[in-house]
Design a protein around this ligand. Sequence first.
Ligand SMILES: Cc1cc2nc3c(=O)[nH]c(=O)nc-3n(C[C@H](O)[C@H](O)[C@H](O)COP(=O)(O)OP(=O)(O)OC[C@H]3O[C@@H](n4cnc5c(N)ncnc54)[C@H](O)[C@@H]3O)c2cc1C
Length: 231
Amino acid sequence: MLSRIGPEDHLKKHGIKTVVHSPGVGSNLEALGAIVKLLRYLLSKRSLFSPIMPYGASDLDISKPEDVPDIQTKLIPVSGIDGPSEATSGVCTFMVCLHRPKSVGSVRLASADSCERPNVHLNFFDMPEDIQVLREGIKLKLLLVERIKAQGYPITDLYLPVSDTDEDIDAYIRKQGRTTFHYACTCRMAPLEEDEVVDDELMVWGVDGLRVADTCVFPGIIAGHMMGLPV
Ligand SMILES: Cc1cc2nc3c(=O)[nH]c(=O)nc-3n(C[C@H](O)[C@H](O)[C@H](O)COP(=O)(O)OP(=O)(O)OC[C@H]3O[C@@H](n4cnc5c(N)ncnc54)[C@H](O)[C@@H]3O)c2cc1C
């Protein structure tokens, strides 16, 4: 937008003369959000997950659109809480990541000063469907943890929903929801008629010799880790 390509009204507001009016620039921000569940565990010689992870499952064909996963669950060996946590050591975090978010955010200029941070509106949880998917993910995680405890692993919960009712899980999601730093789609590749920004060779519509090659050109966010594609 500082290059004078973007939504004309918005650029004008910041005293920037528009070269190409491209309404899609900075819109359609898709971002992967996550909910964390923090646990404290004691070191054990046994693998924490080997008895229960369904690595052998082969009945999902992800070439079928209906089988593309909408959540990812992962375990990280540190606190995933944003900000200080009461736990400092011996903790791990179960993360439930929303992989096909319906909520869409935006990026807008705060001013015409290139040193000023833009206004990024992630707009997480705007669409009720996103909460619904995360709620199911949290329920799965709660079940996994119960099963791990039942195997005798010494785990203590640190942060989890007050109860397993939908209301308490939803409140927990809104409180603990955070970004996973995976952002895409703010200069989408699509036909010009759809107000999008780059063509199928990633050249900016209406500008000669300008190509964009990063995750902002994704037509939609991918259901997975994103680093591989721009690399
Ligand atoms: C903390 C963190 C953890 C992450 N973990 C993972 C992970 O585990 N797995 C995974 O797949 N992804 C992960 N990601 C996401 C991943 O890093 C991004 O999806 C990926 O880097 C996006 O690539 P990109 O090329 O679109 O943008 P970037 O990697 O951000 O590259 C943009 C480049 O453009 C440069 N630039 C910006 N403005 C200008 C300008 N005006 N002129 C010239 N150059 C400019 C920047 O300096 C930067 O080098 C993580 C991100 C973060 C922040």
